[in-house]
Design a protein around this ligand. Structure first.
Ligand code: PMP
Length: 430
């Protein structure tokens, strides 16, 4: 704890007035006070610098204060920060929609620009419900999803989050009741499990009359457990959903924009979903923006309805600042160097995390693209792990039994080695 009275006062106010994610009020653990962030480093008010291995929760893929993103933001701020999107439009949003249609799997043609990942999932679920209402099958109202998933904290997305994750017990009786199937067997390279495939197919078939959509995170289940699976299950889901008149929604809010080594995780499977959600890294982590894309079939289906419009319209829809930065961020990805960077991160993390496999209590060490995970057979000792990490100059946020990183793509090999070493040390003290 710092002795600087100004910092102590700010932290006292924070603890007393400011909610943090999943935090108690008043707060019981003081957060770190950040004054500046630049490149891959956070500079704390007490003068310490930490290497950010979290990319601010998958978002800051180019690091902080990137000159191109800073310039795009300043340039757009000089023209127009925000205008309502009802009845008005603007070039940054139009350009962004065009770029997203070009970059996402073929067939996704229509883009809803919204203000957070959770809202983009809300919109995706609404699209599916409205599609079936508009096309004469109003009984198709439920969602099928994998256990261990995470899709956001607003109500409809919470209903498709892991039912063991705490939210379902807190909100029992209030959340829509969805259909859950075990998550695929773990391992990106694990062979397809025929009996699991049968269970998946049978469950969709059994519920087909009431299912609006299957909603999943492709290839990586993130906040629900950092699990990887064989992309073949996505191809399977595409076949099963098609055969049973059920829509398929991919939530690529965490996996999008290169994180798994493909631009979108769906590409590992060569599959186009009916609806796709993106967010987080969309603006390189600068501003809050997400998007929901859908096929022409979904859009036309909705337009055939008694209410022929998509019933959603947030105030900050298509925000010009966020759109301009998103365009600049996508521009930075255009030359494909992200692919080399993610491969390099994968290699360096594999090497750096290998010693974790010998640490007592570690049950799995896994790396895919720009994601590295050390899993324990017990809950991480948060105080000891945080001390082990920050004393080595690293910012990570372990949760449950997991110590994990998804660094900015620009992180050097030397900094990656420091992050990996700190993760091994955090596992040792946990
Ligand atoms: N879906 C996934 C897969 C996510 O990882 C998240 C955020 N962790 C969300 C949805 C919700 O996004 P947001 O926090 O921007 O509302």
């Amino acid at each position: 704890m710092t002795s600087d009275p100004a910092i102590r006062e700010l932290l006292r106010l924070d603890a007393h007035h400011v909610w943090h994610p999943y935090g108690p009020m008043p707060a019981t653990v003081a957060p770190l006070l950040v004054e500046e962030a630049s490149g891959v480093r956070l500079r704390l008010a007490d003068g310490r610098q930490l290497i950010d291995g979290m990319s601010s929760w998958w978002a800051a893929i180019h690091g902080y204060r990137h000159p191109v993103l800073d310039a795009a933001l300043a340039e757009q701020a000089g023209r127009m920060s925000h205008v309502m999107f009802g009845g008005l439009t603007h070039e940054p949003a139009i350009r962004l929609a065009k770029a997203l249609v070009e970059l996402t799997p073929d067939g996704l043609e229509h883009v809803f620009l919204c203000d957070s990942g959770s809202v983009s999932v809300e919109v995706a679920l609404k699209m599916c419900l409205q599609y079936w209402r508009s096309t004469g099958r109003p009984g198709k109202t439920r969602m099928l999803t994998w256990r261990g998933g995470y899709h956001g904290d607003t109500f409809h997305p919470m209903s498709v989050c892991d039912p063991e994750g705490g939210m379902h017990s807190l909100w029992r009786g209030v959340l829509p009741e969805q259909v859950f199937v075990q998550a695929p067997p773990p391992g990106f390279d694990a062979p397809l499990d025929e009996s699991y495939a049968d269970v998946l197919a049978r469950t969709v078939e059994e519920h087909a009359d009431e299912l609006a959509a299957v909603v999943v995170e492709p290839v990586v289940q993130g906040a629900g457990g950092m699990r990887f699976h064989n992309p073949g299950y996505l191809r399977l889901l595409r076949e099963i959903t098609r055969a049973n008149d059920v829509l398929l929604v991919f939530d690529e809010i965490a996996t999008g924009f290169g994180r798994t080594g493909a631009f979108f995780a769906a590409e590992h499977a060569g599959v186009t979903p009916d609806v796709l959600c993106v967010g987080k890294a969309l603006t390189g982590g600068y501003l809050t923006m997400a998007a929901t894309l859908c096929t022409t079939e979904v859009a036309e289906g909705i337009s055939r309805g008694e209410v022929p419009v998509l019933a959603h319209g947030p105030t900050f829809m298509g925000n010009p600042l966020a759109s301009a930065v998103a365009n600049a961020s996508i521009g930075l990805l255009a030359d494909g160097t992200w692919r080399d960077d993610v491969r390099r991160i994968e290699r360096t993390l594999r090497e750096g995390l290998a010693p974790a496999a010998d640490v007592e209590g570690v049950v799995d060490v896994r790396v895919l693209g720009g994601i590295g995970v050390v899993q324990l057979d017990h809950a991480v000792d948060m105080a000891a792990a945080t001390e082990a990490l920050t004393s080595r100059g690293v910012w990570l946020r372990p949760f449950r039994d997991l110590i994990y990183t998804m660094p900015p793509y620009i992180m050097s090999d030397a900094d990656l080695a420091v992050v990996a070493e700190a993760m091994v040390a955090a596992a040792e003290v946990s």
